[in-house]
Design a protein. Structure first.
Length: 300
């Protein structure tokens, strides 16, 4: 009764607002669209849209079909893309979404051998899904999500592949540089530099400062890791970053990393993927290669 074309049509109407614009988007005539929907409404016994001035508004029945469309159409498109790639002699594509700002250097250690092993697989890294990766996975916009903060939900598998410690970064000339560990109260007069992420999603707030009822004097946002570390080196603030990343820059920029609390903040990098994709050979091999990188992070 409900066909793929109906899903595409209602999606276009919802996005465009009018039948004219929807017809242009789908490269079809208005009469063809109207005829198709009238036939569907007769079969359903209820209208799927109604006029609201010059625009069309989906009815309750239309909204239910739209929900189905948003879930199913990306799967059609994803499968068709894979089939096209297979027909061209390619194995497929691997689209990686990043919810871990400082993980690119680590990811390079995985991508390099992966490209050598799987020459027929296209690979892409998407940054726009930072802290929105679950929706991207379910919508088939990405195939693998790199995240330190997995949201365990039905339909998605998360595999831990890399352990690290979140540490405070200060310049070698900072008054705290000689300390072995830092307590929350030590940061009350500091400028904390972080990535542009909500404080509740930052470990230094959620696991260190907030539980102790403490905060910092000033909170600044910087997107680029290298600029952040340059600012810290110049004494413009402190930051909280993975220990392995700080070690990479420590000697060059005269930085020191300190433990946050007596136990430190221990973290893991997870790879998340749809359950149905876990056993795809090149995705499984990507996970294998990712696990091998834990002992390859150097301090060069």
């Amino acid at each position: 009764m409900i066909e793929r074309f109906h899903l595409q049509l209602l999606t276009a109407v919802d996005e465009c607002g009018t039948l004219t614009l929807a017809a242009e988007k789908l490269h079809l005539s208005q009469s063809a669209l109207s005829h198709s929907i009238k036939k569907l409404e007769q079969q359903l016994g209820t209208p799927v849209w109604e006029k609201d001035g010059r625009r069309l508004r989906l009815t309750q029945a239309g909204r239910q079909i739209l929900i189905l469309a948003r879930r199913v159409l990306p799967q059609f498109e994803h499968t068709e893309l894979l089939l096209t790639q297979i027909a061209k002699g390619q194995r497929g594509s691997l689209r990686i979404g990043m919810e871990c700002h400082p993980c690119y250097q680590w990811l390079l250690k995985v991508v390099s051998p992966f490209l050598d092993t799987w020459p027929g697989v296209e690979i892409d890294v998407k940054q726009e899904f930072q802290f929105g990766g679950m929706g991207a996975l379910f919508d088939y916009d990405i195939d693998v999500l790199v995240t330190p903060d997995p949201l365990f939900k039905s339909g998605v598998t998360f595999i831990p592949v890399f352990d690290f410690e979140q540490r405070l970064v200060v310049s070698q000339s900072h008054p705290l540089a000689s300390r072995q560990q830092i307590e929350p109260g030590d940061l009350q007069h500091e400028t904390l530099i972080t990535y542009p992420v909500e404080p509740q999603r930052l470990d230094i707030f959620s696991q260190f400062l907030s539980p102790a009822g403490c905060t910092v004097k000033r909170h600044r946002h910087i997107e680029a890791t290298e600029i952040m570390l340059q600012m810290v080196s110049a004494g413009r603030g402190v930051a909280a970053l993975p220990g392995w990343l700080v070690d990479t820059y420590a000697e060059k920029l005269q930085l020191v990393s300190l433990r946050l609390g007596s136990a430190g903040i221990q973290k893991h990098i997870y790879l998340g993927m749809r359950n149905n994709d876990v056993n795809i050979d090149y995705i499984a091999d990507f996970v294998r290669l990712a696990k091998q990188t834990e002992n390859q992070v150097d301090t060069a």
